[in-house]
Ligand binder design. Structure first.
Ligand SMILES: Cc1cc2nc3c(=O)[nH]c(=O)nc-3n(C[C@H](O)[C@H](O)[C@H](O)COP(=O)(O)OP(=O)(O)OC[C@H]3O[C@@H](n4cnc5c(N)ncnc54)[C@H](O)[C@@H]3O)c2cc1C
Length: 459
């Protein structure tokens, strides 16, 4: 009898687990209540980057004179942009659905909840209001991968009009005159960049003294100076504690007594796990106080045949991490971990921030190494010395490579600059495969290419 594997939630974690497990011979049921591809596809990664791509094209026009162009295009067509965002998400959802169906995965559009350690109750989506009875499926193994939703603090009333969460901004009915962004983590700064390039005035409320508090200070400083150069106002060391609607907009009040007026406010202050109502208690699965499902290195919950992956697991909230967790879960369910199974090393996950310039990093950061008292070698090469960056008219930023001074093994790196999110993959491979700086410096890169800056940093 094949293993019956039931997955609740069809985001990157659920989809990758379903595809891998069915390839390995499991009978797979995947329950998704909205769209295959999950929030990543519908609300988070894909729509935000599609909007940023449009903003990037506009930003490019500001450099057009340097490239020898005479005229820059004018405004943004919000309807066309909305349609573009929708069609990219829909196209991705359709191709993923087709792929899973061709692999024999049983896809059910509906809501799933655990009603026992081996039982999942599925309430199917009701087409055109026709009631469809819930039914229960038996499972040998279960994965809960229901993701997370934007956090809304008790002091804010989100109305979808003037006070928004990220999911209401793809795009809003009109480009805000003056957007006040609350939260200066990755999501906050990406939305600052998105709306700044679409033409809004933007004020960012930064609770600490630096945007991106988790990142290398030099990287954060590079982003801050770019924000300031494009007219973004930074209100530092202030924590938002209230939002009032005024006649023409909003007023955000801060804990130090300052207040910031704008036409709209956008909350980007993290997310909460979607674990309420999932029946985890009925199955004996433990949750943390904040609702995450703690897991071991195989993503097993406190009940060994019930797994959690993606944002729900409380590890790195990235689609890329969710997908690889999903794959590892499927391999574990199918017994593959006894052979070639390598544990996930979350410290080696590459991540990117799609601002202008882009920011990306992987592995050990310089500041982190100092804090740990670890000896490192740091080399830094500015893109201003790179031929392709000059040809493209965008020589901002740098590559920073962190290596072990004794062995030369690459430990990490940061990139600020055009296409940083693509370029970081080279350093990510080096970190995962324990390559040495010499391996990078002796690689024959294309010329002229931005990647040559990596080779130069490795010399
Ligand atoms: C604005 C924004 C931008 C982001 N950009 C990036 C990026 O560029 N790159 C990146 O790597 N990460 C990005 N992230 C993070 C990324 O979106 C998440 O880490 C990722 O979506 C998590 O995947 P997941 O599989 O856990 O679940 P999700 O993608 O959250 O999907 C979970 C799915 O479960 C479904 N579900 C929930 N409950 C039930 C139920 N009871 N029954 C059936 N289905 C259910 C939901 O409908 C949803 O489709 C971004 C996040 C935000 C907020």
């Amino acid at each position: 009898m094949p293993v019956h594997f039931v997955i609740v939630g069809g985001g990157p974690a659920g989809v990758e687990a379903a595809a891998t497990a069915s390839r390995l011979g499991a009978e797979v049921t995947l329950v998704e209540r909205e769209v295959v591809g999950g929030a990543a596809n519908l609300w988070d990664c894909i729509p935000s980057k599609a909007m940023i791509a449009t903003g990037g094209a506009i930003a490019m026009t500001h450099r057009s004179a340097a490239l020898g162009l005479e005229r820059a295009p004018a405004g943004v067509d919000l309807d066309a942009l909305r349609e573009r965002v929708r069609s990219i998400s829909q196209g991705l959802a359709s191709s993923t659905t087709r792929q899973l169906e061709s692999q024999g995965v049983r896809l059910v559009r509906g809501s799933g909840r655990l009603v026992g350690p081996h039982k999942v109750q599925i309430s199917p989506y009701e087409p055109e209001g026709q009631p469809v009875d819930p039914f229960v499926v038996e499972a040998d193994a279960i994965l809960v991968a229901t993701g997370s939703t934007p956090r809304v603090p008790e002091w804010a009333v989100v109305d979808g009009d003037r006070v928004l969460v990220t999911r209401q901004a793809y795009p809003p009915s009109r480009v805000p005159d003056h957007l006040v962004v609350i939260g200066s983590g990755v999501t906050g700064v990406e939305f600052v960049h998105m709306f700044r390039s679409l033409g809004s005035r933007v004020t960012l409320i930064v609770s600490r003294q630096q945007v991106l508090p988790q990142k290398d200070p030099e990287v954060a400083a590079a982003l801050e100076s770019d924000f300031l150069a494009t007219g973004v106002k930074l209100v530092k060391g202030a924590r938002a504690v209230g939002i009032e609607r005024s006649g023409t907009g909003v007023v955000v009040s801060c804990d130090d007594g300052r207040s910031v007026a704008g036409s709209h406010a956008l909350l980007a202050i993290g997310s909460i796990p979607s674990s309420a109502g999932l029946g985890l208690e009925a199955a004996g699965v433990q949750r943390t106080e904040s609702g995450y499902v703690p897991v071991n290195h195989h993503c097993q919950s406190s009940v060994p045949h019930i797994y959690a992956a993606g944002d729900l697991s409380g590890r790195l909230p990235l689609a890329s991490v969710a997908a690889i967790q999903g794959r590892k879960v499927a391999e574990h369910v199918m017994g593959l971990h006894t052979r070639e199974h390598r544990h996930l090393d979350y410290d080696k996950a590459a991540s990117a921030i799609f601002t202008e310039p882009e920011i990306a990093d992987v592995g050990l950061a310089e500041a982190e190494a100092f804090a740990l008292g670890r000896k490192i070698r740091v080399t830094k090469v500015p893109f201003a010395t790179n031929a392709k960056a000059m040809i493209d008219g965008d020589p901002r930023g740098f590559v920073k490579l962190v290596s072990d001074p004794a062995t030369g093994v690459v430990l990490g790196g940061s990139i600020v600059g055009a296409h940083a999110a693509e370029l970081i993959s080279v350093i990510a491979v080096a970190v995962t495969a324990h390559l040495r700086v010499q391996d990078l410096s002796e690689t024959l890169f294309v010329h002229p290419a931005l990647a040559e800056a990596l080779s130069a940093a490795a010399e």
